[in-house]
Design a protein. Structure first.
Lengths: 251, 167
């Protein structure tokens, strides 16, 4: 696998963390109460920290003057390769928690596999991130249970969020050409390998939360190919504002 | 499996390293925290390998700057490299560091099994740093920073931070 393919693979992985981190960051000061506000922004911080590790590595592989900031801020919409799930908006707290839980569960299983990668740096980043993501899963899983098995109102809204977000989960395991190539080379994660475990764990927790997975769902995908939902452009215009307005600014 | 913390530090650098503290928990030095993997003096330059605690911890940038400033005051240059592997663990916080943390009002991390029982279950194992009672209750899994959880003591009623076990 040459550097170009490896960089593409790393960007796909880090874009998931980065775009979800941005979504959670939007909640800073807007969480339903102080504790959840702080928790969600702490998770955002973990995801941005992981993103920096990936992007510093990708920038180093790319060489020349490329920096982590160039890779984070200066791509066009179709050059971001995150899954559609993570760019979905903060519709209400149940959506925020549902999106988080459906991603966290995948993220943990994904990182556990990535920690066996043939690439030493990806292995190191994965091993470090696992420790953080374990806490994310606990947080989002607990809230899914609390809302699902709470009042009629919280149950209905949590179920509505799961119904709306479930359509994005198949994409997590639908390997792009880059992901398939990386997996064949022992660098990337074989996504079909973690799919059964994901479904088992999600089903178990949802049933504990008295929630159900929608029957006969249809699935949406495209993010991995850079074909994003209508929400992505708005997210990026916020995310890229400083670099677009003041090119090359640094903190 | 957590790696052991066995840093390689030149003895003449220890005193200077001890003068640099964590910006969030100022009673802890970088040595107490266990983030210095290596510090070697070569041709007037101190080569440091630094390990981040949490990936996104903003304190790491400040610690790097503080290290550079501390050595500069002694006429030494610094070259700092971040190393991720093996990943930092709360096991690397020194015993002295744990005691200082407790005195500062932050409950130090328990071992992994007890940590899980306290954070996931309702086990009351974490001692309040104020009154030492273990009649304490989890308020939130994330406290003032990502590395801490928020607890409340049901005896003296004080809220406090608990430094979560990370390994």
């Amino acid at each position: 696998m040459d550097n170009k393919d490896l960089i593409q693979y790393i960007l796909g992985v880090s874009d998931n963390a980065m775009i979800l981190g941005q979504r959670l960051g939007e909640l800073c000061g807007h969480g339903p109460n102080l504790e959840t506000d702080i928790a969600l922004t702490n998770i955002s911080l973990d995801l941005f920290g992981q993103t920096r590790s990936y992007l510093q590595y990708a920038a180093k592989l790319q060489g020349g003057d490329t920096t982590e900031d160039d890779l984070a801020y200066l791509r066009k919409e179709h050059e971001y390769k995150n899954v559609l799930l993570v760019e979905q908006p903060n519709t209400d707290f149940a959506y925020v928690i549902g999106r988080q839980f459906l991603f966290d569960m995948y993220h943990l299983l994904f990182l556990q596999e990535l920690s066996n990668s043939k690439d030493a740096q990806l292995r190191a980043i994965a091993a470090k991130s696992i420790k953080e993501v374990k806490y994310h899963v606990r947080f989002s899983g607990d809230w899914v249970k609390r809302l699902g098995d709470g009042t009629q109102e919280s149950h209905d809204r949590m179920q509505a969020a799961i119904d709306a977000l479930w359509v994005y989960t198949a994409e997590l395991f639908k390997a792009s050409a880059t992901e398939e190539f990386a997996a064949q080379n022992g660098i990337g994660v074989a996504l079909d390998k973690i799919k059964p475990e994901y479904h088992a764990r999600v089903t178990e927790l949802l049933s504990e939360a008295t929630l159900t997975i929608p029957e006969n769902p249809y699935f949406l995908s495209g993010g991995k190919q850079g074909v994003h939902s209508e929400h992505m452009g708005f997210l990026l215009s916020d995310f890229q504002y400083m670099q677009r307005t003041y090119p090359n600014m640094t903190w | 499996m957590t790696a052991q913390y066995a840093p390689h530090i030149d003895s003449e650098l220890v005193a200077i390293l001890e003068s640099v503290s964590d910006p969030e928990i100022p009673v802890l030095t970088v040595l107490d925290l266990g983030v210095i993997r290596e510090a070697i003096l070569k041709d007037n330059t101190v080569h440091i390998l630094l390990t981040p605690t949490y990936s996104g911890c903003p304190a790491m940038d400040v610690i790097s700057e503080d290290l550079a400033a501390a050595f500069k005051a002694k006429g030494l240059e610094t070259k700092i490299d971040l190393v991720l592997h093996p990943a930092w663990s709360t096991d690397w916080i020194s015993q002295a560091g744990r005691e200082k943390m407790q005195a500062y009002g932050i409950a130090p991390p328990l071992n992994e099994t007890h940590d899980k029982q306290a954070l996931l279950g309702d086990a009351r194992l974490i001692a309040c740093p104020q009154c030492k009672s273990t009649n304490t209750k989890l308020v939130s899994q994330f406290g003032s920073t990502a590395c801490k959880a928020l607890f409340k003591c049901e005896d003296c009623l004080e809220p406090f931070d608990y430094f979560k076990c990370l390994r």
